[in-house]
Write a protein that binds this ligand. Structure first.
Ligand code: PNS
Length: 170
């Protein structure tokens, strides 16, 4: 069984993440998407919500499962018995950070291989943070996020929209 882990904060999962995970699911027998607690990043969505949204967004992929983890990625990989980590690469700006993480993970677990999948150009500029910002200002995010995430972001910022409507009518 060729099993790979796709780790991330997924705050929230974007169409770019889904694209990378779909590609990984065509290459590996099983893909385990591991949603990191990432407390330091102060996520907008709590861990359960990020797992639920990721699970719904990936429900069309039969060989993909979603779980959460807190702690080291290498320990999570050991727990799920995966020897490959898949990461998406958007632009050169991602490389420095991924290079560091790969080197650290190699020190911690030399038998863990990191596998990079390039984002297609249409998703290269996407990030969870930029989409949260767009949604917070009422920008259109259709097509950039799975429908369940679009709904969750709209609901989360509903009060902000209501305030905006209210002030524009005054
Ligand atoms: O989507 P993100 O926020 O870029 O994902 C980053 C993530 C969660 C993959 C990374 O922060 C991670 O692997 N965290 C677990 C802690 C860890 O193992 N750190 C590296 C060795 S110190």
């Amino acid at each position: 069984m060729n099993r790979a882990v796709v780790p991330g904060t997924f705050d929230p999962i974007t169409a770019g993440h889904v694209d990378v995970i779909q590609r990984a699911a065509q290459i590996f027998d099983e893909v385990v998407v591991c949603v990191a607690k990432s407390v330091k990043k102060n996520p907008m969505f709590d861990l359960d919500t990020r797992v639920a949204l990721s699970t719904e967004a990936l429900s069309h992929l039969p060989n993909v499962t979603v779980r959460c983890f807190d702690g080291l990625l290498v320990d999570c990989c050991r727990e799920v018995d995966a020897h490959v980590v898949v990461k998406g690469l958007r632009a050169a700006t991602d490389f420095e950070y991924e290079f560091q993480m790969t080197a650290l993970n190699y020190q911690l677990s030399p038998d863990l291989e990191t596998f990079f999948i390039m984002s297609p150009p249409k998703f290269m500029y996407l990030s969870s943070s930029i989409l949260r910002e767009m949604a917070s200002m009422g920008g259109t995010i259709t097509g950039f996020v799975p429908p369940c995430v679009e709904k969750a972001l709209h609901e989360a910022f509903a009060d902000a929209y209501a305030d905006k409507d209210g002030s524009s009518q005054r």
